[in-house]
Design a protein. Sequence first.
Length: 389
Amino acid sequence: MKFDMVVIGGGLVGASLVAALKNSGLRIALIESREPSPIPDDSSWDSRVYAISPGSVAFLHDHAIWQRMELSRVAPVYDMAVFGDDSSSCIHFSAYEIGVSELACIVENRQLQTAVWTAIQPQNDNLEIICPTRCTAISWHESHAEIQLEDGRQIDAALVVGADGVNSWVRQQADIEVNRHPYQQIGVVANFNTRLSHRHVAHQWFRRDGVMALLPLPGNRVSMVWSTDEEHAAELRALSADQLCQHVETAASHTLGELQLITPATGFPLNFVHVSNLVKPRLVLVGDAAHGIHPLAGQGVNLGLRDVRKLAEILNDRGLQSDIGDFILLRRYECARKEDILALELVTDSLQKLFINPDPTLARLRNLGLEITDRLPLIKNRLMQHALS
């Protein structure tokens, strides 16, 4: 089987790339090891949510993905309040103040994943979805790459796209150097009913025991993401439902009143990942295969979708270049994405290190920094404009 492009990894980023290019005339294959989980019929809530930026919403809408969402399960964020660890310093962000309809939309992972996969159906002569199956080997040649599948089939591709996550097998096969370190933190997630309305405000607290965010869901519901050290994460997950609610209520300074747990707490490890190269001849990395950042800024998935937007733009605007795996063409993608990725890597990694440092002088400085930034609208707007893209 011969294809122009083979995307390995059918998560949100990989499948979105296929959706963006499915009508481009390129012959594309998507390889994924697991079929997407169906949305349950019990109206339960997914504990894994994303804060999707307006720029990402526009991209998803342009490729008939956003329209397939169950919008009654999507919550817009109109304002954001970020608190320091001294119980008084705070910075506020407002969609109204910067002239946009919302700062972000909070969506469930499984809802968005289902919408993306629905958008790439049905398959046509130029698109083949090979799922479920795994790749067992890749060999690189001057004119193409050869991919071996576990069922014995071989696929030839002018371009391989690695979209297979933070532990990317494709990246490993290409011998791309990785600078990686664990934060020794767990992102603990759970959903709650709230007695008081969140009024579509996202709240975040930089605490001595980690960073806790309460993100609005439809109705009087919120999704919690608490990035904390492994020992504290284990303690949180071991609490009873009532104990966890009381613990989160206190950590949130009772901002939303009494809480009621609606999805049990679970967790995922947090890692920093920086890759030396985003491209090699006949290879491109996107999404978590290309970078891994701390979730405190809520920008991980948007960073991956910006990868997809730029790659799709470059491939669609390649002019007379018929070889989409040409290294010079792919270097355009790498040059276009490096600055955005490096900036977010630096900001999130530095903030994480700053707020876990127990030094009292640093504590005073970081809280003072929040207060000063809140009084400087030009800086606030500059920060938000990047996050909205």
